[in-house]
Design a binder for this molecule. Sequence first.
Ligand SMILES: Nc1ncnc2c1ncn2[C@@H]1O[C@H](COP(=O)(O)OP(=O)(O)OP(=O)(O)O)[C@@H](O)[C@H]1O
Ligand SMILES: [Mg+2]
Length: 234
Amino acid sequence: MKSLSLVAQKGGAGKTTLAVHLAVYAAMRGEKVALIDTDPQRSTAEWWRARGIARPAMAECNVSALANALNAARQRGFTLVIVDTQPRADRAAYLVAETVDFSLIPCRPGPMDLRALNRTVDIIDLLSAPAGIVLNAVPAPRGDQEVSITRKARESMRHFNLPVAPGAITQRDTLAHPMPDGRAYIELYPDGKPSQEIGRLWRWVSAQLSADHHDRDDELHPDPPAQPGGRPAV
Ligand SMILES: Nc1ncnc2c1ncn2[C@@H]1O[C@H](COP(=O)(O)OP(=O)(O)OP(=O)(O)O)[C@@H](O)[C@H]1O
Ligand SMILES: [Mg+2]
């Protein structure tokens, strides 16, 4: 089983949107997927309840219970767990990033978003946790070419010591709203552009999860210490 988290200090970066769409996409590709919502806002859980479809599966827990929840998911035969988090780069984000196999950091291309990215990357750097960045809600590309704001944002991310997903996710109403029957647009139109972009992101994330860094299956312990020893305060 692999575990992926969506983390970002900045509210509205796209954590929940990408968590649910990656979960739906991976499930369409045959993964047995569980979403775990650790954000007190419970946006992913609300999306799931409104969706009214059992797959992907859904669980809610506090960050302190995440290791237990992952162990339970593994025992139930899930192959992929995607963890949504709250918009803070604090101790909770730190615990999540150290618990999962890979953390994906969504970032919009605006200057304020890029500044906020520093804080999230700081946390990841402290941990040396496997992580990468994806540009989200960018303007539509012109043909195959990313527009200037996207290219500039990508360029400014080069000074981070983290990989950046090669494909950005375009700002699209179809990613913001589920279909009336609860399905995601990408389920209804699996060959459409939104599905292609999410698919490209999933393949990249999947490669990062496999490239492993290392599989953490054997490392999880049910009760992580309250104050991990020797780590800088976050
Ligand atoms: N690629 C996109 N295209 C269209 N709308 C998007 C996209 N990404 C995010 N949004 C919209 O932007 C808003 C914020 O996105 P989302 O809730 O996914 O961010 P978040 O990082 O989970 O926010 P929070 O930090 O509050 O949990 C939502 O209304 C969502 O529908
Ligand atoms: Mg959210």
